[in-house]
Design a protein around this ligand. Structure first.
Ligand code: MCN
Length: 796
């Protein structure tokens, strides 16, 4: 990474190694599976091998008879629940067909892996063996797997609706028909954004302990506060009697942004049996029943004038939601709709979304959630437009960028982008990539039969998920507004504990938050401890997803620290007989401006605060809380370039170079940002080239293990080259935007465009992802053949 900025004065903006890593890499971290309670029982789920079937009978007698088995439960046993599993957010003003979704199926199963019974017993192996003894008789029902067949239905996944349609929602600005009428060239494509898995290193896991009227649940979750709320509601408990702890969590990638039936079951069973109940997910379960992502088929139409000016963009998305609506399912494609114009000034934009049920695992948020899909649609279509206009792909992007003078910029659909300088990131990308030299090399290689291509993606997204005015009841939400909290306690000794409402699970927020606090309080980040992921500690929180934790949670931490600073300044001013406004932090002390030698360290001030020798009228103690609800989302952006070689004999794609220039506003810790970009780009490359959740036409999962589901490894990837620009956000005092999904949002389009660029001389102008050797080879063999897009339909 080339860091070209001036060295920052404090800790913010500096590379600092992650505070959390020593415990993580020395095996001292505690994950759910490390927690063992006396008297703990284990659970193992009996899952449907059928994609759609009536449950005729369940015979658990052999399982119950096994030594060590305490009970076998079915859906009917759980009839005392306060309600089904939640769907909490939907797009504004829309009717949603929402079937009841129970932790254990009642009467019918809707996808392979749907749980029908659960065995609880003394140890993990006993319950797994016993689960195999449970005999379930199924009466198979017709199965629908393909989204286009499903929308045309029957058969219906949920017969009671008489349709497989979940909902329809549109977001439009301007007049797309008028825009197409103005266009000289119109490009249409069928863009399939296939289904992928979250695939965290740690699968899910829960341990529930109900005793003396209170419930403690350890769960590998991204959202302990949401889980607490729904456990309380669904089990009829006071929220004050439910404690949810997300201990160390080994990645989530959106998959753990959920309220899962297994969590609810473990809590229910612990109460029922009076014993702690644990369930640890196997990898095969994770691949088949933890929510999946993407799975959209879109018809995309973009029109432009001969000079490349885009006049209209119209997208029709058919989004495959699988068998049930999970917590956010119907909202996911809408997140893409909010940024469907990308970083371009397009006067007429329309997104029409139709959600559809199929007999597959439900989909919900997976890294990027709606925005990688939108970016793919925009960026691959723009490349084709450039090709048909005979324009350079970089030039067409420049021509359409929203100029920096326009910010804050209102898009055609009324979304306000906070800040941006798209030319700057692209210019910086061009410092790293000499396109002219590349084109010369490409031409030379082509004459030697080597197909090398370059692909670009200039992108923006919407993140920092909040504000309540949009995500709450008056906006898109039905349940909860999104804001973030922080509580800061300065101890007697000057040590600092920060309670954040976010729930990091690999991102490194403990480090970034400590940097923010350290600068404001004049202490070293090592004395700032960050506590997260425990609902009994600190205020109510809204947790981690949607690249929100720094822009909302970090800002909440900053604001709470500012309150501490105000109090410290008042105490110091009284001690030094100065005005509070004249006190500043300098050299690790609070001192009168111009007299740094006479300052007081935080520990000295804390001492005064706790012995109660505070100025008259001031409360003792040094502890402050903030609930921060921003005015707007934040909109990071960037410019990526990918260079690939395609073997025209075998269809194999090799990524030779990947350059990412990103802008997430003010960088708190460039090393964390770089790590996030690396991981995010791998996620995007994985989807573009390797990964695909695949079901056969009977709804059987073909890719249930890592043998069939091809996650990329370091061996398939080049060294990434990263750089950044910093365009501060006006939304928060830190000037920060999110970065956790950036790489994923950009990468799959950059890779696709690179492959198409390599193959244009062979007549190939589009291939749907994943660009596996088979698909690429088929496209080369016969560019016009629809089979190059195995989902059927024309390729462009
Ligand atoms: N950061 C920074 N300066 C900024 C912005 C962010 O230093 N201007 C740092 C933050 O301090 C944080 C990291 O970058 O350490 C990511 O911050 P942010 O963009 O706020 O994202 P979140 O912390 O909210 O993380 C969520 C995001 C999402 S939505 C997914 S999915 C994802 C991701 O983060 N899943 C991850 N990155 C992941 N990384 C790991 N290791 N594991 C996952 O499951």
């Amino acid at each position: 990474m080339s860091v070209t900025d001036e060295a920052p004065a404090g800790h913010v903006g500096r590379v600092m190694r992650r505070k959390e890593d020593p415990r993580l890499i020395t095996g001292r971290a505690r994950y759910v599976d490390d927690i063992v309670l006396p008297g703990m029982l284990w659970a193992s789920f009996v899952r449907s091998p059928e994609a759609h079937a009536t449950i005729v009978s369940i015979d658990a007698s052999a399982a119950v008879a096994r030594d060590g088995v305490h009970a076998v439960f079915t859906g009917e046993d759980m009839s005392d629940l306060g309600g089904p599993l939640p769907m909490a957010w939907v797009p504004p003003g829309v009717e949603v067909n929402n079937p009841e979704h129970w932790p254990l199926a009642r009467g019918t199963v809707k996808h392979v892996g749907d749980p029908v019974a659960v065995v609880v017993g003394e140890d993990r192996y006993v319950v797994q063996d016993a689960a195999e003894d449970v005999i379930v008789e199924y009466d198979p029902l017709p199965v629908v797997v393909d989204a286009e067949a499903a929308i045309a239905g029957p058969p219906f996944v949920h017969e009671q609706f008489g349709t497989n349609q979940v909902h329809q929602w549109s977001l439009a600005g301007g007049d797309v028909e008028a825009g197409f009428a103005e266009a000289d060239v119109v490009v249409e494509r069928r863009v399939v954004n296939h289904r992928i898995a979250g695939a965290p290193i740690e699968c899910r896991g829960v341990l529930a302990d109900y005793r003396a009227g209170s419930l403690t649940l350890w769960s590998a979750t991204q959202v302990p506060h949401f889980v607490r709320l729904f456990m309380a509601l669904l089990l009829g408990l006071g929220e004050d009697h439910v404690r949810v702890i997300a201990p160390e969590v080994g990645g989530g990638f959106g998959q753990k942004l959920q309220v899962y039936g297994e969590e609810l079951f473990a809590c229910w069973a612990s109460r029922k049996l009076g014993r702690p109940v644990k369930w640890i997910e196997t990898r095969s379960e994770n691949m088949s029943v933890a929510h999946q992502g993407r799975d959209q088929i879109s018809t995309v139409k973009m029109g432009a004038k001969r000079d490349g000016t885009i006049t209209a963009f119209h997208v029709k998305i058919l989004a495959d939601f699988g068998a049930y609506n999970m917590i956010l399912t119907p909202l996911i494609p809408s997140l893409g709709a909010f940024v469907m114009g990308g970083c371009y000034k397009i006067p007429n934009v329309q997104t029409d979304i139709t959600g559809v049920f199929t007999n597959k695992c439900p989909t919900d948020a997976i890294r990027g959630a709606g925005r990688p899909e939108a970016t793919q649609m925009i960026e691959v279509t723009l490349d084709q437009l450039a090709h048909e206009l005979g324009m350079d792909p970089v030039e067409i992007r420049r021509r359409n960028f929203i100029p920096k003078e326009d910010f804050p910029a209102e898009t055609a659909t009324g979304v306000i982008y906070d800040s941006g300088d798209y030319h700057k990131t692209l210019d910086k990308l061009m410092e790293h990539v000499d396109v002219e030299a590349f084109r010369a090399e490409q031409a030379q290689l082509r004459s030697e039969g080597v197909y090398r291509g370059i692909g670009f993606c200039t992108w923006t997204e919407i993140c920092g998920l909040a504000p309540s005015r949009i995500t709450g009841p008056n906006g898109v939400g039905v349940q909860a507004g999104l804001w973030e909290s922080a509580m800061i306690r300065v101890h007697n000794t000057g040590a600092v504990t920060v309670y954040t409402g976010t729930s990091p699970h690999g991102q490194g927020l403990e480090t970034a938050m400590a940097q923010i606090v350290a600068d404001k309080l004049g202490v070293d980040p090592s004395v700032v401890e960050i506590i997260h992921g425990d609902t009994s500690m600190g205020p109510e929180g809204r947790n981690t997803y949607g690249s929100r934790s720094l822009a909302t949670g970090g800002e909440a931490v900053a604001k709470a620290t500012d309150k501490i600073v105000d109090k410290v300044k008042a105490i110091v001013a009284a001690e030094l007989e100065a005005a509070p406004d004249d006190i500043e932090v300098t050299g690790g002390k609070f001192a009168v401006r111009g007299s740094p030698d006479k300052g007081m360290a935080l520990a000295d001030v804390a001492g005064i605060a706790y012995v109660g020798a505070v100025p008259e009228g001031m409360e003792p103690g040094l502890e402050e809380t903030t609930f921060y609800d921003p005015e707007n989302f934040v909109f990071p952006f960037g410019a990526h370039a990918c260079i690939v070689d395609v073997d025209a004999e075998t269809g194999k794609v090799v990524v030779r170079r990947y350059v990412a220039v990103d802008d997430c506003g003010r960088a708190i810790n460039p090393m964390l940002i770089e790590g996030q970009i690396h991981g995010g780009v791998v996620f995007g490359i994985g989807q573009a080239l390797y990964e695909r959740v695949h079901y056969d036409d009977q709804g059987q999962l073909i890719t249930g293990t890592f043998v069939d589901y091809a996650l990329p490894t370091a061996a398939e990837l080049p060294n990434f080259e990263t750089d950044r620009t910093e365009t501060p956000s006006p939304v928060n005092s830190l000037g920060a935007k999110g970065v956790g999904e950036a790489g994923t949002i950009a990468a799959s389009a950059a890779v696709t465009n690179a492959v198409i660029d390599a193959l244009r001389p062979l007549g190939v102008d589009y291939i749907n992802m994943p660009l596996t050797p088979m698909r690429v080879w088929a496209a080369i063999a016969d560019p016009a053949r629809p089979a190059a897009s195995p989902e059927g339909g024309p390729r462009s």
